[in-house]
Design a protein around this ligand. Sequence first.
Ligand SMILES: C[S@@+](CC[C@H](N)C(=O)[O-])C[C@H]1O[C@@H](n2cnc3c(N)ncnc32)[C@H](O)[C@@H]1O
Length: 243
Amino acid sequence: MDYHDLLARLGEGSAHPGGFSATMQLLDALSLPAGLHVLEIGCGTGRTACHLARQGNQVTAIDLHRHMLDKAVRRARKERVDVRFIQADATALPLPSNRVDVVFIESVTIFTPWRKSLSEYARVLKPGGLLVDREMVLSGRKTELMSRRLRRFYGIRTLATVATWKKRLRGSGFSNVAVKEQSRTMGKWGVDHDPLREIDMNWLEDEQVQQMSRTNDQLLMRYGNRLGYAVFTARVPVEAEAK
Ligand SMILES: C[S@@+](CC[C@H](N)C(=O)[O-])C[C@H]1O[C@@H](n2cnc3c(N)ncnc32)[C@H](O)[C@@H]1O
């Protein structure tokens, strides 16, 4: 069992810094018009995707993890909203180029080979389309051991500063790169009540789950003060249309 299996079994509805209330605040601040084609990448159990659909958007939501998606599909059914869920990898999006108005991501790109993912985000966005990505960032000193441990337990493949992420986004063809929100600490998540949360109760007492929960606490205690998060926004330049 890896970290994402654990999240899937726990049915965590907003597994990112700030939780669902931070997502709501972010969407408020973005004030996107309704009726957009939004692609959520790494949608987890689908809480945000369902919210975006309820707001009148056409939503496609992808995730690599089958168990997450099964919970997301059941959530959408219960909420009676229409979301197109697809099991897919952020690095190989099953969508044609220039297709979506907004790519929305929370706490996913750090688990992927970032070059491939960022270039896929840029590819599927229409010219002028908006990328919104909330990711964990490095806010203190990074050591080899720290990177290795965070990679082994969480599957984090890249730990970078805000400045490095901005450079990466520009290097991947995005313009208007901005930091919408930034924090030197990870803040809390998992604190919002999710009325449709589905927990696999039979796993809660499992020794492996208990051990993973202890390791998670130890890692956060040891490295939490060097980890923060940021929300990046960026656009695909309109001139890309001519290419
Ligand atoms: C920390 S969770 C965040 C889930 C959701 N965005 C949220 O905020 O609740 C990371 C999610 O990314 C998914 N994921 C990890 N690597 C992925 C990849 N390469 N492609 C698509 N999804 C991926 C995991 O399955 C998991 O659902």
